[in-house]
Design a protein around this ligand. Structure first.
Ligand SMILES: *Cc1c(COP(=O)(O)O)cnc(C)c1O
Length: 412
């Protein structure tokens, strides 16, 4: 898997202070997320985007093909479970219903190992943790991150510990355990689970891999932006609708766009970034509307879309800056909208979204109503996990085969 490794150092996302990357890190000395930096000048001379994109899928599966823009230097640390490039799927009938005449593309991240895009981030976090000799990792999780942590951790021979809010989807909790993770249901929300990890990590010897408290998950998530540009012939769409919890993916893609521009892979155009949340947990939307840089904790957070039920995001200012710089917006959608769009896309376009993906798609209608995207815009929605991981509405009827079954009964 040899590739020029251009990773140079970490940088505090708030102060810009440089931090040596030679050991495992959580937050910066001032308590903010750390971002990985690369020698883009050196890479620009050698990194040919098309040659990299054409790499052998067996030796460089999925996002691992972008090794030049990833922090893992040593092949022996690469932890892989058969990653794939996730497809961009057109959903023309849903687009029409949502008031969009332009192309609507769903990037279906449910095709990744463990059925969600958390695989991108945790593959990188686990691979880097290996480099630093970490043997035990812990995190609070609404389910998908814990599943990816457990799977990649098992692959790397590490112990993993996941703490889930009690109403995390059943399949997620069991999936974590089935992939070798220690998992606990906690009677609280994700930030309260995070507080447990913080309080116990020293005694337990854990490395904390909470969202944005660890610098490399975002490097995995940024590959969504590179892959998207590559799939669109090194262009970007007019708008991206992203279901936003901790915001890693949105921040990561925004970072990837800048890195690709510095390499001459894309131009200076950017999509409008829409951070989509549920009305029952919309701290970023509230801060966006108030013109604030930070988003205070949302109380009594509630939504079926568990992955975006994040009452307080440590990277709030990075999400808000990207959304504002892009000319996009933070939008909230109702639970009814989420259910309606999940049903719509499944029925008219044959694509079962997860509730978070349905929330992102539902926001297109709101963006159109407010005139934030043109009718003929090309929009990309991120469906971040497999729709099969969530409880589905009961729409099945029973049939008694011992009595006459008539056409009227079937069609009635
Ligand atoms: C984690 C998650 C999100 C939110 O992702 P962030 O990048 O942390 O904002 C959205 N949808 C699903 C299905 C998730 O698992």
């Amino acid at each position: 898997m040899t590739a020029l490794n251009a990773f140079t150092h970490l940088e505090c996302s708030m102060t810009g202070a440089r931090v040596d990357a030679g050991r495992a890190h959580n937050l910066s000395p001032k308590g903010w997320p750390l971002l990985a930096r690369y020698d883009l000048e050196a890479l620009k001379r050698t990194a040919d985007r098309d040659a990299i994109a054409a790499r052998n899928r067996l030796t460089h599966p999925g996002f691992w093909k972008w090794r030049e823009l990833l922090p893992v230097a040593d092949d022996d640390h690469v932890t892989s479970l058969g990653e794939v490039d996730t497809p961009l799927i057109e959903t023309p009938h849903s687009a029409h219903q949502l008031g969009l005449a332009g192309q609507l593309l769903v990037k279906d991240e449910g095709r990744l190992p463990t059925g969600s895009f958390k695989a991108r981030g945790l593959a990188l976090a686990v691979s880097m943790a290996r480099r630093f000799g970490v043997t035990s990792m812990a995190m609070p999780t609404n389910g998908n991150a814990g599943a990816a942590l457990a799977a990649y951790g098992a692959r790397a021979g590490m112990q993993t510990w996941s703490f889930c809010p009690a109403d995390t989807p059943e399949v997620n909790v069991h999936e974590i355990a089935a992939q070798g993770g220690h998992v606990f249901r906690v009677n609280g929300l994700i930030h309260q689970c995070g507080a447990l990890v913080g309080a116990l990590k020293e005694e337990m010897g854990w490395f904390d891999v909470s969202t944005l408290k660890e610098p490399y998950r975002i490097e995995g998530k940024k590959t969504m932006g590179i892959e998207l540009a590559c799939q669109l012939g090194w262009t970007l769409p007019d708008a991206i609708f992203y279901p936003t919890g901790g915001g890693t993916g949105l921040i990561g893609m925004w970072k990837a766009f800048d890195e690709m521009e510095a390499l001459g892979w894309i131009g200076s155009e950017r999509p409008k970034m829409f951070a989509v949340q549920a009305e029952g947990c919309a701290p970023i939307v509230r801060a966006f509307e108030a013109g604030e840089e930070h988003a205070p904790e949302w109380l009594d957070a509630a939504t079926l879309a568990a992955g975006i039920r994040v009452p307080k995001a440590i990277g709030d200012f990075l999400i808000l800056r990207a959304v504002r710089a892009s000319g996009g917006a933070a939008l909230a959608v109702s639970e009814d909208d989420i259910e309606r769009v999940r049903a719509l896309c499944g029925i008219v376009d044959g694509l079962l979204l997860c509730p978070e993906g349905a929330a992102a798609m539902a926001a297109i209608a709101e963006a159109r109503r407010r005139g934030l995207v043109e009718a003929d815009a090309r929009c990309v929605v991120f469906n971040c996990g497999s729709g099969l991981k969530y409880p589905l509405p009961e729409r099945v009827r029973d049939l008694d085969r011992t009595k006459p079954v008539t056409r009227a009964m079937l069609e009635g």
